[in-house]
Design a protein around this ligand. Structure first.
Ligand code: PAF
Length: 285
């Protein structure tokens, strides 16, 4: 059923307007959900919006391609920015407010603060993308403090990001519940991602193998198989599937992201390069 608010989306670009609207809802006794995004919205994002609508009276989506979380050789400039389509998708989804600041509004001259979650930010993707998670932690802290929502929703596809955000919210006593939402996949298993747009048709056909390999490795570990052996096999199979490089394929504790010990529950996480696209994925153990 379409949301009764479909078509009523309001977009604001400055923090004062965002705060004014959220405060007005607060005075009416409404609860507020925040869904931060970098735009280029797909079904995964819309699932977050849908979940947010079920959990709160009002939904604020943000679109901000955050320069601080891109490395110097990464795709900040070419990152897709289909602003009109994104607005229409949020509007149709019944989101109430879009906060879409520009870089100067988020990082005005003189901006000098960096939020860093030690340990969790240094492993896995953090080891391959120096500074990435500091950029994520800094912008998410700002978005949470700018909006002061009751809940904020993030996809489990970026599992390490989710673990870092949960940690920083606990450490900084930010009064918000962080909700992780399961990864949305295409029918063939490929996790939805804005960067899937970089895949050629041939690469798109190879890409689901990443999820298939991780699922098989998780099953082998759950069945009592040796963790190191399962990960080595997974690495070989990802390369055999046509990926040019595997940055990591690791079994980690679900909260601390420390290496998984036999018998523990956790996640298998991987990042691998396929053509222009660096795909990340993870599955539960
Ligand atoms: O997951 C993303 O899209 C981004 O990392 C986030 C959380 C919106 C911060 O820029």
């Amino acid at each position: 059923m379409p949301s009764p608010y479909a078509g009523a989306l309001v977009a604001v670009r400055d923090v004062e307007s965002l705060r004014r609207r959220v405060q007005a809802w607060r005075r009416e006794g409404r609860s507020v959900a925040l869904v931060p995004t970098m735009g280029a919205l797909h079904k995964g994002h819309l699932t977050l919006m849908d979940r947010a609508q079920k959990m709160a009276d009002r939904v604020v989506a943000t679109i901000f391609v955050n320069p601080k979380q891109f490395g110097p050789n990464e795709d900040f400039k070419s990152y897709p920015r289909p602003e009109h389509d994104d607005f229409e998708l949020l509007n149709t989804a019944g989101v109430h407010l879009l906060f879409a600041p520009d870089v100067a509004a988020m990082y005005p001259n003189g901006f000098a603060t960096n939020v860093r979650v030690s340990g969790l930010s240094d492993v896995l993707d953090g080891a391959h993308r120096p500074g990435h998670f500091d950029g994520v932690a800094t912008v998410v802290t700002k978005l949470l403090l700018q909006t002061l929502p009751d809940i904020a929703l993030f996809g489990e596809k970026d599992y390490q990001q989710l673990a870092i955000i949960k940690r920083l919210v606990a450490d900084l006593n930010i009064p918000v519940d962080i909700i992780g939402v399961p990864t949305v996949r295409d029918a063939d298993g490929l996790a939805l991602s804005s960067r899937n747009a970089y895949l050629t048709p041939a690469e798109r056909a190879q890409a689901p193998k990443l999820y298939a390999v991780l699922t098989a490795a998780a099953a082998a570990i759950v069945a009592g198989g040796d963790i190191a052996q399962a990960l080595a096999t997974a690495q070989d199979e990802i390369l055999n599937a046509g990926f040019s490089n595997v940055d990591y394929v690791e079994a980690r504790h679900g909260e601390t992201l420390q290496p998984l010990k036999a018998g523990e529950q956790g996640r298998i996480l991987a990042a691998a390069q396929l053509g222009r696209a660096r795909l990340i994925d993870n599955v539960a153990i």
